[in-house]
Design a binder for this molecule. Structure first.
Ligand code: NOJ
Length: 494
């Protein structure tokens, strides 16, 4: 048997024809970081009094919901290896690290009558470790791992959730707010509210067209009440509170069909303006077309009121302007086509829109930096956004260290970010998703997003930088996006 070791030089070309590198530079105080979330990396799911979350419950009882029947019980073991993670953050030249707090690790039953000191200690250690290394913490208060005890009471469908959350947030601000100045209240409600009530994500309920709108409504009010509480009680901490949504640009599969073009616009409203409009528009409240459409369908379907809950005037005012920044998560363009099997009695979010995403678009070409720019420019034009942070951007593959496609993805997207900055968009920072390969929700470990690989067969969860992390390191350290990127790769064949 012959083992051949090849060393290849590889060059990735950016999209920068006719420009020079000085045009692709980030300001000195620009945030360049990487992101993770508690359930996806921490593991230690039943250690030190941590309570059960809705993801623990769903996966332990219905492992078939996850592509490889895996779970986050151990994940990246970051509960024990967080120092190594922060060391890696430093090595890639990042000046910030976005993490999330696990609600059931801090309040095992969900309520603030019993605060778990070990959970508080863990996050104090993580935050202090970051600060010692001059890494700015960006902390998400809620990244999908609701305490199961609160789900038992209705979870995001129960309006009381806003009080439970405010109580939890108060604990968090009191404990960590002296050191954490960049907060995210809730991560991607437009994803967990849709998929959590469309049976794929936790809590795994089948209530599309009802549960999702109620969840979204309560998430908006929860965010706004938390924002107000911070202003009233913690203003002296001088932090900023943001709200993070998942974004894309909706592309009609048949651009010559006017109905489909209109459908794509409507779809953008449903997926994104649903949450943007109440917070970041002059008028506040949900977008008019969305309200009318759901009210109309609800009435045809025999409901005595719209399936989309209504805000009171006071609530509209409370929600409006309730964020210091918008966290913009972006992965890829969304191709959609008309729903052909439309049935008026089918109550669902998708039927309310009348459009459906085309799956193959997600596997075909997922590197669409133009779609990121289109979405950002549109938001910048239509809404009043105090500041943008790109809180997630990334590319999935099935694993491996020579992640050329991911490197190309980052080269093209980071170039695009510098172009948007040159156009005058107020973008303050950028986070790659993700620092590490980790537990990708219903895809388990079948989709890898890390710029650092993690060996899930190894009890020590060995971390190894991938090719893409070399590119990221160069950019983060120099604050310049190169026109092209060359590196050597080792290939061993038998
Ligand atoms: C958005 C979510 O915030 C994150 O948890 C997830 O892993 C990435 N997108 C990739 O799908």
């Amino acid at each position: 048997m012959n083992i051949i070791n090849l060393v290849l030089t590889l060059t990735i070309i950016g999209s920068t024809a006719g420009t020079n590198e000085s045009e692709h530079r980030f300001p000195d105080d620009f945030i360049l970081g990487a992101a993770t979330s508690a359930y996806q990396i921490e593991g230690a799911w039943n250690v030190s009094n941590r309570g059960e979350s809705i993801w623990d419950r769903m996966i332990h009882y219905k492992p078939q919901k996850i592509a490889d029947r895996s779970n986050g019980d151990i994940a990246d073991n970051s509960y024990y290896q967080y120092k190594e993670d922060i060391e890696l953050i430093q090595q890639i030249g990042a000046n910030a690290y976005r993490i999330s707090l696990s609600w059931p690790r801090i309040l095992p039953n969900g309520f603030n009558n019993s605060v778990n000191r070990e959970g508080i200690q863990y996050y104090n250690n993580v935050i202090d470790e970051m600060l010692e290394k001059n890494i700015t913490p960006f902390v998400t208060i809620y990244h999908w791992d609701l305490p199961q005890k609160l789900q038992d009471l209705g979870g995001w469908e129960n309006p009381e959730i806003s009080n439970w959350f405010v109580d939890y947030a108060r604990v968090v601000f009191s404990e960590f707010g002296d050191r954490v100045k960049h907060w995210i209240t809730i991560n991607e409600p437009n994803i967990f509210c849709i998929f959590g009530y469309h049976s794929t994500d936790a809590p795994g309920l089948d209530k599309s067209g009802r549960g999702d709108y109620t969840c979204g409504h309560n998430a908006l009010l929860t965010h706004a009440k938390t924002y107000k509480m911070y202003q009233d009680e913690f203003k002296n901490q001088q932090g900023k509170l943001g709200f993070v949504l998942s974004f894309s640009w909706v592309v009609p599969q048949n651009p010559d069909d006017p109905e489909e073009v209109a459908g794509a616009k409507l779809s953008w409203q449903f997926w994104y303006s649903w949450f943007l409009h109440p917070i970041f528009s002059n008028e506040g409240d949900y977008p008019r077309e969305m309200k009318e459409r759901i009210a109309n369908y609800s009435s045809i379907q025999g409901f005595s009121r719209s399936r989309l809950p209504q805000f009171t005037e006071n609530e509209i005012t409370l929600v409006k302007n309730s964020a210091d920044y918008l966290g913009f998560n972006f992965y890829t363009a969304r191709y959609e086509t008309k729903l052909t099997d439309y049935d008026i009695n089918n109550v669902s979010f998708q039927h309310d829109i009348g459009m459906i995403p085309i799956d193959k678009a997600f596997t075909k070409d997922r590197c669409t930096p133009w779609a990121m720019s289109k979405a950002m420019r549109h938001i910048n034009k239509e809404f009043i956004i105090p500041e943008f942070y790109i809180t997630e951007n990334g590319y999935w593959d099935v694993g491996g260290l020579n992640d050329v496609n991911r490197a190309e993805y980052y080269l093209l997207h980071l170039t695009e970010v510098t172009k948007l900055l040159n156009e005058g968009l107020n973008i303050r920072g950028y986070f790659a998703w993700s620092l590490l390969d980790n537990f990708e929700w219903s895809y388990g470990y079948t989709q890898k997003f890390g710029i650092i690989s993690v060996n899930f067969m190894d009890p020590k969860r060995a971390r190894t930088p991938k090719l893409s992390s070399k590119l990221i390191t160069q950019i983060y350290k120099s604050k310049i996006v190169p026109l092209s990127f060359s590196t050597t790769i080792n290939i061993t064949t038998i």
